[in-house]
Ligand binder design. Structure first.
Ligand code: ADP
Length: 631
């Protein structure tokens, strides 16, 4: 898909916005670049100027004192500038090292601030991946702006310096004794040379912009294959998948895709980037270099003709040639950057589309009154829900009410809507129709953070961090050691905790610490339950809380559930109906609807009901298993 080119003014505004974003996130980065660019642009002119004075003195009056003076000035200024340049370069490098990290921070801040429903949308995920791919390909996007800033500054300062040093080239007159060379004094001649140089300066960046445009179109062509390539390349090392890859020899199925990738983006393919380097891309680049050389030739010719005719001496020849060369190169650089700003704008469009994703969830201002009596009741009033982009309802007309202190179980087959029900309760999504009420008030009217704070959830696919154990439990570097210990003990992790080398400071996993520990799925589940307990919210929600636990650990957790949960309102989602028996209220989901509600005995008594069917299907399985063990 071809992307539109932005007009220069729009492109400038977009790149300026990117500059502001990076400047906000990277302290002193642009200041360090400014000082370095200024110093490195000025330095050559000082040397050009002073060495021209030395050569002039040598070729002219040869006064030892003057010569000595200029040699000393040259040495001293070169040394000071080299030192300053080096210091500024190191400072700039220090500031630039973390620029990628700061760039990532821009996106992670946005992700944290975004409505969960927007973050979870496939189009948002695709957009973010596209931005990262373009960044990996040629730093397109935010980071390019840092590069442009440096080049622009350097070019502008160089142009100023070159103009100062070369102005007299056009003013110095050939002596009238020079015969027909005096034509060089004619103002039209100087204008002609300036026009030719300007034309060549404009032409060179045009060529390089053409080759850059081809690169941009390749970035789009390679977008899909690069994304897929990343997927294939990282597939075997991903910890979650490495077992499947090994046991099913999945690398064989990759072969097919590797070959496909080859024909899609192979370097020998006639549509490939390499072929373009041999063809138009390379030709435009070569043309750009040729034009630059041509402008150099024109400069030499003009300066040498004037020197030959006696307008100035050999020392000034060096000064003028060097200054005009830098001038034409800097103008070309400046124009090339303007061309590139337009290309970068095409990629910044994606970046801004992501950063401008609006939060559409209404966030009210009511506080949830941190009630010491923890008196909360929750009601789903005719709630229906469709995931964004889906035309299937995941929940239909759900009506239910539960009160604080109740133990609620949510049961049903896979895909029946249990997790969606929890996601709505936790306000990760808003209902498509209907209302959820907390103490009789629509949950949208509460302050979002306050409301979220009411829930401690252990999701089925929870993730722990490769940080110390206590930080995982407390979700903070500052934690209450005793409380961490007590939560871990409550969930049956106490014995293991006592064996850990650094106690609760022991790192989980070895990603960031060689002394980290590997934990089993069951242990991870216990830690995640301890994390939910530490949060100490009035509602605790456990989605398949014992799926990864062995039968003994499961029995242990269940026997302690009342103790663990205390006076909190607890919601359990479980396939194992036996583990829901002790709940006051059981919701039975089927195809997105609540088909039954009641306690275990009343539900079981409804023959032909879903609960009865599920219970007997599981009971039969347990009975058969028990018989097998006995026989
Ligand atoms: P359960 O927890 O009972 O297994 P879920 O609530 O996860 O069921 O899923 C209910 C329905 O919603 C399923 O049909 C599932 O495919 C669909 N669903 C779940 N998550 C998403 C999502 N992020 N986008 C679109 N559909 C989804």
């Amino acid at each position: 898909m071809e992307k539109k080119q932005y007009p220069l003014f729009d492109a400038l505004l977009m790149n300026y916005r990117a500059y502001i974003i990076m400047d906000d996130h990277c302290p002193n980065l642009f200041l360090s670049i400014f000082l370095y660019a200024a110093c490195s642009a000025i330095a050559p002119y000082v040397t050009i100027y002073t060495s021209a004075r030395i050569i002039s003195e040598l070729a002219g009056e040869r006064q030892a004192q003057q010569l000595w003076f200029w040699v000393m000035v040259t040495l001293f200024s070169s040394a000071v500038l080299a030192l300053l340049n080096s210091v500024l370069f190191h400072w700039k490098t220090c500031k630039q090292y973390p620029q990628n990290m700061y760039r990532n921070k821009v996106f992670s801040d946005k992700a944290m601030d975004m409505d969960f429903s927007a973050l979870d949308r496939q189009s948002t995920i695709d957009l973010r991946r596209r931005i990262d791919l373009h960044h990996q390909f040629r730093s397109w996007g935010l980071l390019r702006v840092v590069e442009y800033y440096e080049t622009l500054l350097n070019a502008l300062i160089s142009i100023l310096g070159a103009l100062v040093l070369s102005a007299s080239l056009f003013l110095e007159k050939v002596p009238s004794t020079a015969g027909r060379w005096t034509i060089l004094n004619h103002p039209l001649f100087a204008v002609l040379i300036a026009v030719i140089l300007l034309f060549l300066c404009l032409l060179a960046p045009k060529c390089s912009t053409k080759s850059e445009n081809i690169m941009v179109s390749f970035t789009k062509v390679y977008e899909k294959s690069n994304r897929f390539f990343n997927y294939l390349a990282n597939f075997p090392d991903e910890r979650d998948r490495s077992l499947d890859v090994r046991m099913y020899c999945q690398e064989k199925s990759f072969d097919h895709y590797w070959k496909k990738m080859n024909t899609y983006g192979d370097y020998r393919d006639k549509n490939s980037l390499a072929a373009a380097h041999l063809g138009p891309l390379g030709l435009w680049k070569a043309a750009g270099s040729a034009v630059s050389m041509l402008s150099l030739a024109v400069i030499y010719l003009f300066v040498c003709m004037k020197a030959w005719a006696g307008a100035f001496n050999v020392g000034q020849v060096t000064q003028y040639v060097a200054a005009i060369t830098v001038l034409s190169q800097s103008i070309a650089k400046l124009l090339a950057v303007f061309g590139e700003l337009k290309n970068n704008a095409v990629f910044l469009e994606d970046t801004f589309e992501y950063l401008d994703i609006k939060n559409e969830m209404y966030r009210g201002s009511l506080t949830t009154e941190k009630r010491s009596d923890r008196q909360y009741d929750v009601e789903f009033r005719d709630v229906s829900f469709r995931y964004p982009g889906s035309n299937q309802y995941a929940l239909h007309h759900v009506n239910m009410k539960f009160e604080v202190g109740q133990k609620l179980a949510v049961v049903g087959m896979n895909g029946s809507g249990k997790t969606t029900f929890i996601k709505l309760l936790c306000r990760l999504y808003d209902p498509t129709e209907g209302q959820i009420l907390l103490n009789g008030i629509d949950i949208r009217k509460y302050r979002y953070d306050d409301y979220i704070d009411l829930f401690s959830v252990v999701f089925q696919d929870f993730k722990l961090l490769s940080f110390p154990l206590a930080e995982n439990v407390a979700v903070s570097r500052n934690y209450d050691k005793e409380r961490v210990r007590s939560c871990l003990e409550k969930v049956g992790f106490g014995d293991r905790l006592n064996t850990l080398p650094d106690g609760e400071e022991t790192f989980l996993y070895r990603d960031y610490n060689v002394n980290g520990i590997e934990i089993s799925g069951g242990e991870a589940q216990k830690i995640s339950i301890a994390r939910a307990l530490y949060k100490d919210s009035p509602f605790i929600i456990l989605d398949e809380p014992t799926a990864a636990l062995d039968p003994i650990a499961e029995a242990e957790i269940y026997s302690k559930f009342n103790d663990i949960v205390g006076n909190k309102t607890a919601i359990y989602i479980s396939h194992r109906l036996s583990s829901c028996r002790f709940c006051d209220n059981i919701l039975v989901f089927d195809h997105g609807s609540v088909v039954q509600q009641g306690n275990h005995d009343s539900l079981l008594a409804e023959e032909g009901g879903k609960y009865h069917e599920l219970w007997h299907a599981q009971a039969q399985y347990y009975e058969e298993a028990k018989e097998d063990v006995v026989s």
